[in-house]
Design a protein around this ligand. Structure first.
Ligand code: HQG
Length: 175
């Protein structure tokens, strides 16, 4: 079997960003046909099921009869995950790195290449998100106040909070 982490990263690429890489398409809700994915990615159903079950962030979901699969969040291609609006806790967190702070102070948090700004429910998770890029810096987001002011929040099936943008006035910077 191919290295599991490598295959999982490849799956993220296909299911969030570039399905065309293996000649498949996602439907408007982000679902890929499992049969096509297995052929295109050259993996077995057993391998796919193992990756989905073992994924520490539960990044992927099958539909009920396992004929379709999608990523739970993180897309850059426009898909409608049909998530319900949800009331966030008073504070959420965003893990980033120092070199982005000046720009975030000016523009707030922007979704960049993805469909949403991704926010974490606790500091510990935000630290891990920031760590992917370097020394983590954690921003505290006044999510409750944003919601009161009319901003909309969603919670992905794997527990990531999503919103379209976070203006700088709702961000508490470290230090
Ligand atoms: C930064 C991972 C300058 C932002 C994680 C981040 C997450 C700005 C980067 C998920 C900015 C975007 C998403 C501004 C935001 N100026 N920089 N105005 N606004 N940024 O990868 O949140 O393992 O698109 O701080 O766990 O890092 O892939 O977002 O550093 O849940 O499943 O621009 O990806 O999950 O980077 O990560 P990303 P993210 P997976």
């Amino acid at each position: 079997m191919r290295n599991r982490t490598k295959t999982s990263k490849f799956l993220s690429l296909i299911l969030r960003h570039r399905p065309q890489e293996i000649g498949i398409t996602l439907d408007q809700h982000g679902w890929a046909k499992v049969e096509e994915l297995l052929k295109g990615a050259e993996i077995s159903m057993e391998e796919l099921e193992e990756i989905v079950a073992a994924d520490e962030k539960q990044r992927y979901s099958f539909n009920e009869d396992k004929t379709r699969i999608r990523a739970n969040q993180g897309h850059s291609i426009p898909v409608d995950l049909e998530l319900d609006e949800k009331e966030p806790p008073e504070f959420l967190y965003h893990g980033t790195i120092g070199k982005f702070l000046a720009s975030i102070r000016e523009q707030g948090l922007q979704k960049q290449k993805r469909q949403y700004v991704h926010l974490s429910k606790d500091v510990e998770t935000a630290v891990k998100v920031g760590q992917r890029r370097g020394k983590p810096m954690v921003l505290q987001i006044a999510a409750g106040r944003m919601r009161t002011d009319g901003y909309v929040f969603y919670l992905s099936d794997n527990g990531v909070w999503l919103t379209k943008e976070v203006p700088a006035s709702y961000i508490k910077f470290p230090g």
